[in-house]
Design a protein around this ligand. Structure first.
Ligand code: GCO
Length: 456
C-alpha cells in the first residue's frame, strides 16, 4: 500500500508571517505588530509590516501554488483584520480579503484549510488580559462563529488554534514571542486552560455556524519521539516517554511541549493525572462544564512536527533520552534532522487518541539564495523532505491514519523572533522586490504530488 488516492499534499503559511498590509483596510495592530517595535525582540528589527505582501499579491501566490500542483493550502486568518477591537463590529474589508483568497483557491482547485488563530492576537484584547482572562474563551468563540458564518461553503476544513504550546510558553514563559512576557507557573497553566477552553468553544461555534459538512480540529506541536532501535523495549519506552508529563524541557522549569498535557483534555476529556501530582495547587480552577466543552468531538488532529529525540529503554521499565551523535545533521536554524519522528509520533497519536491526522507543518530552514543561473538550488531541502516522506509513507503502510501533509512553508517568510533570517519556503522571496522564485524543492515536490508519492 502507498499513499491513498485521497491523500492531500499541501503547503502552509500564517497571516502575520506573509500578509504585510499591517494597517490597511481597517486592520488594527496585533501583539506581533507591537512586539516587533520592541528593541531587541526581533532579529535586526525586522517586522511583519510588509512581509511577503501576500495581502496584495495573493493571486500571484495562488498561481504559484497551482504551478506546484498543491491540492490544499493551509493559511491563517488575522483576527485584528476581522475584529479591529477584538470583538464586536466586524471589519468587512478584512473579511473580504479571505473571501477573495478562498474563491481564488477554489477556482484553481486548491482546497482551503483555514487556521483561525496563528498567534496574531488583536493588541486591544491583550490589554484586556489576553488569554490570562477567561473572557478570552468567549472572544475567540465569537470570532470563530463570525468567520465561519462569513466564509460559509468556501471553507470545509478548519483548525482552531495553532501550537498552543508556543502561545503559552514562548509568549508568556520565555518571552521570546509576543507578547514577550515572563510569567510564572500559575499563569502559564491558566493560559493553557483558557486556550483549551477557547478551542472547545470554537469547535462548537464552527459547527453551529459553518457549512453543514464543515470539519474541524486543532494544530498543536510537540517533539516527536522515536525508538533508538526497533527492539520491543525501545518501542515501549518511546511510547512511555511520548505520553509522559515532565516538568523540564530544554532547561525550562515547565514543559508545555509534551503530547498529553494539551491533547488528553481534548481527546480524553481530562488532564493527565501527573499534571495534578506535579503542579498541584498551581493547576487552574476547572469549572464544572469545562472538560466537556474542551473535549468536543473533532474530525481530525493536526500536528506540526519538525524533529524529535531517540528514546531507549533504561532496562528497568523506564525510558532514557539518547544523546545526539557528534556532528548530527541539523538545519540552518540548528534544528536536528530526525525523519523518524513523522513515523512514530503520528503512530503514537493514533494509538492514544484514535483520530485521523494531518501533518499540518513540517519542513526546514535552509541557507538558500538565488544562484548565478537565476535558480535556487536547495538540494538539502529536497533530501530532508525525501527522508521525512519515506518515514511518513512507512507510517501509512503500518496503518497510521495520516490523511494529508502540509509543508512549512509555501513562501520564505517572517520567522518570528528570527525575522527574515530563516528561509523555510518552497518559494524564494526577494523581500526588496517581492519577486518570487520557485526553488528546486518546489519542482521536486511537484513531481511527488503528481505521482502521489510513487517517485519516493
Ligand atoms: C511554528 C509555527 C510556524 C513557524 C514554523 C517554523 O511551528 O513555530 O507554526 O509559524 O514559522 O514552525 O518555525
Amino acid at each position: 500500500m502507498s499513499f491513498n488516492s485521497d491523500f492531500i499534499w499541501g503547503a502552509a503559511t500564517s497571516s502575520y508571517q506573509i500578509e504585510g498590509a499591517y494597517k490597511e483596510d481597517g486592520k488594527s495592530l496585533s501583539i506581533w505588530d507591537v512586539m516587533c517595535e520592541k528593541p531587541g525582540a526581533v532579529f535586526d528589527s525586522h517586522t511583519g509590516k510588509i512581509a511577503c505582501d501576500h495581502y496584495h499579491l495573493y493571486k500571484e501566490d495562488v498561481q504559484l501554488m497551482k504551478d506546484i500542483g498543491l491540492q490544499a493550502y493551509r493559511f491563517s486568518i488575522s483576527w485584528p483584520r476581522i475584529f479591529p477591537s477584538g470583538t464586536g463590529k466586524i471589519n468587512s474589508k478584512g473579511m473580504d480579503f479571505y473571501k477573495k483568497l478562498c474563491d481564488n483557491l477554489l477556482e484553481n482547485n486548491i482546497t482551503p484549510f483555514a487556521t483561525l488563530f496563528h498567534w496574531d492576537l488583536p493588541y486591544e484584547l491583550y490589554t484586556k488580559g489576553g488569554f490570562l482572562n477567561r473572557d478570552s474563551t468567549d472572544w475567540f468563540a465569537e470570532y470563530a462563529a463570525t468567520v465561519t458564518k462569513e466564509l460559509g461553503d468556501r471553507v470545509q476544513h478548519y483548525f482552531t488554534i495553532n501550537e498552543p504550546q508556543c502561545i503559552q510558553y514562548l509568549g508568556y514563559g520565555s518571552g521570546e514571542h509576543a507578547p514577550g512576557l515572563k510569567t510564572g507557573l500559575r499563569d502559564l497553566l491558566l493560559i493553557g486552560h483558557h486556550l483549551l477552553l477557547s478551542h472547545g468553544k470554537a469547535v462548537q461555534a464552527i459547527r453551529a455556524n459553518g457549512s453543514s459538512s464543515v470539519q474541524v480540529g486543532w494544530a498543536p506541536t510537540c517533539s516527536g519521539l522515536y525508538p533508538a532501535t526497533e527492539k520491543a523495549e525501545d518501542i515501549a519506552a518511546t511510547e512511555m516517554a511520548q505520553f509522559d508529563v515532565t516538568t523540564e524541557y530544554n532547561g525550562t522549569e515547565f514543559n508545555s511541549f509534551g503530547l498529553t498535557y494539551f491533547n488528553d483534555p481534548v481527546y480524553l476529556g481530562k488532564y493527565p493525572d501527573k499534571m495534578f501530582s506535579l503542579f498541584g495547587e498551581y493547576m487552574p480552577k476547572i469549572e464544572q462544564e469545562d472538560m466537556k466543552i474542551i473535549s468536543q468531538k473533532v474530525d481530525y488532529h493536526g500536528h506540526n512536527v519538525y524533529n524529535g529525540v531517540a528514546i531507549k529503554s533504561d532496562g528497568k521499565g523506564g525510558y532514557l533520552y539518547c544523546k545526539r551523535d557528534i556532528g548530527y545533521p541539523h538545519t540552518a536554524m540548528n534544528w536536528p534532522v530526525t525523519p523518524e519522528c513523522v513515523r512514530w509520533l503520528p503512530k503514537n497519536i493514533a494509538k492514544r487518541y484514535g483520530v485521523p491526522i494531518y501533518i499540518t507543518e513540517n519542513g526546514l530552514s535552509n541557507q538558500d539564495w538565488v544562484a548565478l543561473d537565476g535558480k535556487v538550488h536547495d538540494s538539502t531541502r529536497i533530501d530532508f523532505l525525501h527522508r521525512y516522506f519515506i518515514q511518513m509513507k512507512k507510517a501509512i503502510e503500518e496503518g497510521t491514519p495520516i490523511k494529508g501533509y502540509f509543508q512549512w512553508s509555501l513562501l520564505d517568510n517572517f520567522e518570528w523572533s528570527n525575522g527574515y533570517k530563516e528561509r523555510f519556503g518552497l518559494i524564494y522571496v526577494d523581500y526588496e522586490t517581492q519577486k518570487r522564485t520557485l526553488k528546486d524543492s518546489a519542482l521536486w515536490y511537484s513531481d511527488v504530488i503528481k505521482s502521489n508519492g510513487d517517485t519516493l
